[in-house]
Design a protein around this ligand. Sequence first.
Ligand SMILES: [Zn+2]
Length: 328
Amino acid sequence: MTSGFLDHPDCLAHDTGPSHPERASRQTAVRAHLERTGLLAELELDRPEPADENSILAVHGREYLQLVQREAQTASTRLDPDTVAGPGSERAARLASGGVLKAIARVRKGDWSNAFVACRPPGHHAEKDRAMGFCLFNHVAVGARYLIEHEGLERVAIVDWDVHHGNGTQHSFEKDSQVFYASLHQYPFYPGTGAANERGIGAGEGATLNLPMAEGSGDSKWMQAFENALLPALEAFDPQFLIISAGFDGHRDDPLAGLELSSQTYKEMTRGLVQLCEQRAIGLVSSLEGGYDLESLGNSACSHVEALLEAKPRTNSGQALHPHQPGS
Ligand SMILES: [Zn+2]
C-alpha cells in the first residue's frame, strides 16, 4: 500500500491572467519536482472527478454557486480583489474539491495509506457565500462535511499550515464540535482572522485552535508551536480522520509572506501527523493550498510527500475501529 496523488490537467484551465501569483505553473511545478526526484513513481496516481453539487452546497450557498457558474460562462471577472474566475474556473475548483472527496474515499477503502491532492485553485479562504484570496470553493471543508454527513464520522480534524489563516474553513466549523480546526499562520497578516482568542463559538468552543506566528518566525519557533501546542490538542480531540490544508507559502523564499521556514519543516510536520494517524489507525488526506515561489513550492511538496510515503500500511480502512472511546 502506497500513498495516492491526485491532480488534473483541467485545473490548469483556471486562468488568472499573466501576472497573478496563483497560476497554473504552480500545479505543474509540483508534479515536475515529484517526477524529477523519483517520488512520483512511488505514488499511485489518480484523477479526480468534479465534486457533485450537493457536496459543494454542504459548505457553500446556492446563490454563490450559481454566481460562480454564471461567471464561468463569460470572460474572466474578479469575484474579489484577488480572485479571478473565468471559463475554466468552476470546473477547476470542482475538480479540486472532488480530488479531496476521491482521496478520502480511496484512503478509507484501504487503497492508500494517505493521499496528496495537488489541484488548484486553493480553497481555505473561500467563505460560504463568497470567493476570497484566490479561493472559489473550500475543498477541505467539503471533505470534512462529507465525512460527517455521509460517512457518519463524529470527529474530523483539519490541520492548516498555510502561512495565511484559513478564515473560510474556520467560519465553516466554528460552531461545530465535530470538526476540529487547527491553524499555524503568520499573524497579524492577511486575511486578518486567526487571533489566539478565536477558539470556536457555542457548541464549537474549544474546537478551533489558532497559533499565530510573528513575522520573521523560522523553523524552530514554528515547530515548537506545532509540537507543543498543535499535536497535543489534536491528540486530545481524538480525530477519526485528518485533513491537511497544505500550503507551502511559509517558506522563506515565498514572495507573498514573511516567514523563514525551510522545506524540511514540511517534512517534519507531515511526519508528526503521519505518526499520529498510524497510532490511531486513521486516514490522512492533504490538499494543496498556497505556495507561490515555484522552486520552494516544488521542494516543499517533495518534502511533504517523502514523509507521507513513510506511512506504514494501515490494518483497517481508517474507519472508527480503534479501541479508544470518546471521553475515555
Ligand atoms: Zn496562503
